[in-house]
Design a protein around this ligand. Structure first.
Ligand code: FES
Ligand code: FES
Length: 206
């Protein structure tokens, strides 16, 4: 969902906040002396890494402790360290939405968030949305409208659509079309997906 992806509110470390704090221009042009750089880093809470550090992520209601390097994205942590492979790595640069997860209820590109940033937040992956026996409204509607083909982008869509319909009950087709802007499907199942989201929105995403 293009208007809802939000990776700008990290709990602690953030690449954006880090660069802002340092002054990107100064760093880029090398104007900071080593002493200034040390001071600037200290003001941001000090340096962590490059080695692994203990992090506990709350995922689908479970505390998942792990040791991880601070450079590791949330997507890689989920897929490679925690065996939660529903979120997919496609573009790995925040453009396709295949990696979408919910962080505190908001859809986020997990390829564009560091795992350490996600500590202390509520993370929901597609695995945590429902089960085959108890699907949520978006999942049921995807099945009903046959809104998947190869299925590679589908989990990200389902997660993003779940957040969308919770926020926009009774959304119109135009609102759904705009809301789907943050996720791409190469198979061209948009027609079915849009109908599915309109249906799910009527049910409030429950
Ligand atoms: S893999 Fe994250 S947006 Fe494409
Ligand atoms: S279902 Fe195949 S790319 Fe989206």
């Amino acid at each position: 969902m293009s208007d809802e992806i939000d990776t700008s509110k990290p709990a602690g470390l953030s690449r954006r906040g880090f660069l802002k704090g340092l002054g990107v221009g100064s760093v880029a042009t090398g104007l900071l002396s080593p002493a200034d750089l040390k001071e600037a880093l200290a003001s941001q809470g000090g340096v962590v890494g490059p080695g692994e550090l203990p992090v506990t992520l709350k995922i689908n209601g479970q505390e998942r402790p792990l040791k991880i390097e601070p450079r590791v994205t949330l997507l890689d942590a989920l897929r490679n360290r925690l065996d939660l492979t529903g979120c997919k790595k496609v573009c790995d640069r925040g453009t396709c939405g295949a990696c979408t997860v919910l962080v505190d209820g908001q859809p986020v590109y997990s390829c564009s968030m560091l795992a350490v940033e996600a500590e202390g937040r509520d993370i929901t992956t597609v695995e945590g949305l429902g089960t085959p026996e108890r699907m949520n409204a978006a999942q049921q509607a995807f099945v009903h409208h046959d809104a998947q083909q190869c299925g590679f982008c589908t989990p990200g869509f389902v997660v993003a659509c779940t957040a969308f319909v919770r926020k926009h009950p009774n959304a119109t087709l135009d609102q759904v079309r705009a809301g789907l802007g943050g996720n791409l499907c190469r198979c061209g199942t948009y027609a079915g997906m849009m109908l599915a989201v309109v249906d799910a929105a009527k049910k409030g995403g429950a």
